[in-house]
Design a protein around this ligand. Structure first.
Ligand SMILES: [Zn+2]
Length: 127
């Protein structure tokens, strides 16, 4: 049986989450800036007809698909902050049991214990 987190442990994880959040935002911002620059350069080179517009659309989609996993992680981090505020951090959202400190050390934003996560992944694979 895992013991629940101490206030000090929660502070450590909170600091790590905050840092991860800043890093992720930085990556997303830099990525967007790069994509926009490239788009702009292409637009300078070629006249904008229908074909070029679809190229631009494609680029936007590519940019978004690359950002998507970061966006998902950011959402998970936000949810982790909410759980910290509610005093529910470190507890599994499915079974309510404590998540191991080792697991939180690897991914502090995780909302589930290893057992519930494994069960959930099994269900999602069947879909
Ligand atoms: Zn659980």
């Amino acid at each position: 049986m895992e013991k629940s987190l101490t206030a000090k442990e929660i502070e450590v994880f909170k600091a790590r989450l905050l840092k991860r959040k800043r890093d992720l935002w930085q990556e997303v911002r830099e990525h967007l800036r790069r994509e926009i620059d490239e788009e702009y350069q292409d637009l300078l080179k070629i006249p904008l007809d229908e074909e070029d517009k679809s190229v631009v659309d494609l680029k936007e989609e590519t940019a978004l698909s690359l950002i998507e996993p970061k966006k998902m992680e950011l959402e998970e981090i936000e949810e982790a902050f909410t759980r910290i505020e509610r005093g529910e951090y470190g507890l599994c959202i499915d079974c309510g049991g404590p998540i191991s400190v080792k697991r939180l050390g690897i991914m502090p934003e995780t909302p589930r214990c290893a057992r519930c996560q494994a069960r959930r992944e099994k269900i999602e694979k069947k879909k």
